[in-house]
Design a protein around this ligand. Structure first.
Ligand SMILES: Cc1cc2nc3c(=O)[nH]c(=O)nc-3n(C[C@H](O)[C@H](O)[C@H](O)COP(=O)(O)O)c2cc1C
Length: 325
């Protein structure tokens, strides 16, 4: 944990990208994080949580950085069962996804699709706490599905429960990732939420972070998403500028990718799987180079692990890096 004086920094969850291998390697080569949230676990049912669903949260692969498992569900029994499985693994907190905007999720009143239904959320929370919720619960949410004002009724519900924190990404579900994270929608709620509040959205530079910090002085918790996937040094640049200055970026990037590659390869999911996994990381990482299209062109056309490794080495060694500030 960083000292009380500094901001508390979280790595946002990205389904298909920020798995345990990614989180561990990130922390090993860049650091700067106080905690990382896992991509959501869903569809665990109410009978028994299969081992498969817990692979990414096993303590053995999550020792390097404080890890907070996330669940996506609108079924209190399912959430209780999963929470008990998490508690049995040693977790003391879990996060509830009320922000996922993807239509196939939201259509079923899950993720951001719950936001127009505060009474549904109340019923679920009632059941969770009456059922002896074994871990502390935090929420990650958007400001609404159809419009920002939806969050107001939801806050009244959330305030009736002992949530450990509320992380708000001030876009609506309908917006997906269009437009900008709304500072005014966030400002409107900073004094309304009882639980500690965290900002999530569009932190792509130290400058933007400082700006938001000034704009929302009561906020101490910040979740970095795409900004950290693009520039994995960003959390360290924010939390420890001196340490970040002495970071050899090319070396750190090479080590970071090497560890992810290696661990993924040894999972034996197949040669094609490792290449497509690495490419999905580059979808974001390419933006840390001066010419993202060119950097990605070299990576994208690779088919075999050997071709990929050659291309990765070439880009990391030669492509001009952007300077972030
Ligand atoms: C491909 C993709 C996968 C995501 N997966 C999750 C997820 O599993 N759980 C979640 O709460 N948010 C998920 N998110 C949302 C991010 O965690 C984050 O809230 C969002 O990108 C906004 O933050 P940013 O502007 O800092 O990137 C995902 C976003 C993307 C683009």
């Amino acid at each position: 944990m960083s000292s009380n004086k500094g901001p508390i920094l979280y790595l946002a969850p990205f389904q298909g990208i920020t798995d345990a291998i990614y989180r561990t390697s990130f922390n090993r080569h860049f650091g700067g994080l106080d905690a990382a949230f896992t991509p959501y676990i869903s569809g665990t049912g109410t009978e028994k949580v299969s081992k498969n669903k817990l692979i990414d949260v096993l303590p053995a692969v999550n020792r390097s950085v404080r890890t907070i498992p996330q669940m996506l569900s609108k079924d209190a029994d399912e959430m209780l069962l999963l929470s008990r499985a998490l508690a049995a693994l040693g977790y003391t907190e879990a996060n509830w996804n009320m922000g996922c905007p993807f239509p196939r999720v939201a259509r079923k009143q899950r993720g951001s699709g719950m936001l127009p239904y505060p009474e549904l959320v109340r019923q679920i929370l009632d059941k969770l706490y009456q059922g002896g919720m074994p871990v502390r619960l935090s929420v990650k949410m958007r400001t609404g599905y159809n419009g920002h004002e939806e969050i107001l009724a939801m806050i009244e519900v959330l305030n009736d429960f002992p949530l450990s924190e509320v992380i708000v990404h001030p876009r609506t579900g309908k917006q997906l990732y269009k437009g900008e994270a709304s500072e005014s929608a966030f400002l409107a709620i900073t004094d309304l939420i009882k639980a500690p509040l965290a900002w999530n959205g569009d932190i792509f530079s130290v400058e933007k972070f400082r700006y938001l910090q000034e704009k929302f002085p009561s906020v101490q918790r910040w979740m970095l998403g795409r900004g950290a996937l693009i520039n994995p040094a960003l959390p360290l640049m924010i939390s420890n500028h001196e340490a970040a200055k002495s970071l050899d970026m090319r070396k750190a990037l090479a080590g970071f990718l090497h560890d992810i590659y290696d661990e993924t390869y040894h999972r034996n999911e197949g040669r094609t799987a490792v290449v497509s996994r690495m490419k999905s990381i580059w979808v974001y990482l390419r933006e840390s180079f001066e010419n993202p299209t060119e950097a990605f062109r070299v990576i994208r056309k690779t088919r075999t692990p050997e071709e990929y490794l050659d291309a990765e080495m070439k880009v990391i060694a030669e492509a001009p890096l952007k300077s972030f500030s």
